[in-house]
Write a protein that binds this ligand. Structure first.
Ligand SMILES: Cc1cc2nc3c(=O)[nH]c(=O)nc-3n(C[C@H](O)[C@H](O)[C@H](O)COP(=O)(O)OP(=O)(O)OC[C@H]3O[C@@H](n4cnc5c(N)ncnc54)[C@H](O)[C@@H]3O)c2cc1C
Length: 385
């Protein structure tokens, strides 16, 4: 047996998992299709909760900006909220993902770049993984190979189009003074631009990321919406990149025989605002823990992992999904909650900041919901677009 564990994909989920396994002394191999630093279509907003899950203090040059709040647009309505903690740390995914992979290597993992997993098979007590360069044997395999995971396809059905978002992003060069003047340290979100999604402008260092995301099954022409959105913002972008984001909150299989799925491969992104790095890092951590304990004979790793994912990710994301569906269906209720009561937006931002979670938000929201519905019905909420 060459390795204890092989991990397919060195994104936030895979590199986190590899770091944990290698730190515990397991013979760990991380296989990455691309060569670092590699581009990754992303807004680059690492939430406070994602950073907390990561358990690393990032070098200061990796954090291009800290954002303490949001400016939310819906038609002609605009509302802003700021917190006393950063809700997002703005990173370049090229540098951030490379850094996480290096952390895994420093912990003792082997990293093979430019080597894609093509196939695998499970026989008895081992998994054999095939790439174009070779074959490797390990006790288990973690599929952290993203939304189009080839490992994932053997564990669960392909994600249907109503369970994924389509997203397009580009970057727009701007000097930092202009960025400060325009965005004032806030994440700029434009709801109503795309079905069950939004357009965004996120401030970085010397550039902004600008993009749109919406539910794939209802999003007819993402490139057209992207072009209209960027043109309306005076931010025409060259060579935008698109990708899918699988919604979390839907019960799915995340473990098969000697195989675990983590991150987008498992479908753990936040269906309310599309953030995927928090679920990727958290599931990478849990997968690492499951593999370490399983190999030490302490627990049944597959059922423990599936139960933990249900408990700490799927349940939480399920609430986010209910909210996304409800507010997508009743946009005036969305306006009544977030545009007529600043406290609601503050409470929501505390989730991203890592100070609260969806369960607490729901507990806070439910008794107030009838009041918001009345506001909406008697026209005290801002009128729609
Ligand atoms: C346009 C867009 C904007 C986004 N903006 C944000 C944001 O601002 N904040 C946020 O938190 N989330 C954002 N997300 C979501 C986020 O990017 C993902 O949820 C997150 O990257 C998932 O991490 P992961 O490690 O599971 O997968 P990935 O980051 O996709 O990493 C998977 C890795 O596996 C590699 N790989 C693929 N196939 C193979 C193979 N066969 N063998 C070996 N390696 C393979 C890939 O090269 C990649 O390095 C955005 C997504 C999109 C599409």
């Amino acid at each position: 047996m060459d390795y204890d564990v092989i991990i397919a994909g060195a994104g936030p989920a895979g590199s986190t998992c590899a770091r944990i396994c290698a730190k515990a002394g397991l013979r760990t191999l991380l296989l990455e299709r691309e060569t670092f630093p590699r581009p990754k279509p992303c807004g680059g907003a690492l939430s406070g909760r994602a950073l907390a899950h990561l358990g690393l203090s990032l070098p200061s040059d990796l954090i291009e900006r800290e954002c303490f709040g949001v400016r939310v647009h819906y038609g002609k309505h605009v509302v802003e909220a700021r917190r006393d903690l950063p809700v997002a740390f703005m990173v370049s995914r090229e540098k951030f993902d490379h850094y996480l992979a290096r952390q895994a290597v420093e912990a003792g993992a082997g990293l093979h770049e430019g080597e894609a997993v093509r196939e695998f098979s499970v026989q008895g007590d081992r998994v054999t993984v095939g790439t174009e360069q070779g074959r490797y044997e390990a006790r288990c395999l973690v599929g952290a190979d993203g939304a189009n995971s080839i490992v994932g396809r053997t564990v669960r059905p392909m994600f249907p189009r109503d369970e994924i978002a389509a997203a397009i992003v580009g970057s727009f060069r701007m000097n930092d003074r202009e960025i400060d003047e325009r965005l004032d340290g806030l994440l700029d979100l434009y709801f109503g631009v795309a079905p069950l999604g939004y357009g965004w402008i996120f401030p970085h260092k010397g550039y902004c990321t600008v993009g749109v995301l919406g539910q794939a099954s209802e999003f007819d022409s993402p490139p057209k919406v992207f072009n209209e959105f960027t043109a309306s913002q005076g931010m025409a972008v060259d060579r935008p990149q698109g990708h899918t984001i699988p919604w979390g909150g839907i019960p799915r299989r995340v473990a098969g025989k000697r195989v675990l799925l983590a991150g987008d491969a498992a479908g753990f992104a936040d269906p309310f605002h599309g953030e995927g790095m928090a679920g990727a890092v958290l599931s990478g951590k849990l997968a690492g823990q499951a593999v370490v304990d399983g190999i030490r004979g302490k627990k049944d790793p597959l059922s423990w992992y599936a139960a933990e994912c249900d408990r700490v990710i799927v349940g939480e994301m399920g609430i986010a999904l209910q909210m996304a569906e409800m507010l997508g269906k009743y946009p005036k209720l969305f306006l009544a909650i977030f545009f007529s009561d600043r406290l609601a937006l503050d409470k929501y931002l505390d989730i991203a900041a890592g100070r609260s979670d969806y369960r607490h938000f729901r507990k806070w929201l439910l008794p107030r919901l009838p009041g918001y519905i009345v506001k909406m019905l008697v026209g005290k909420a801002p009128a729609g677009t």
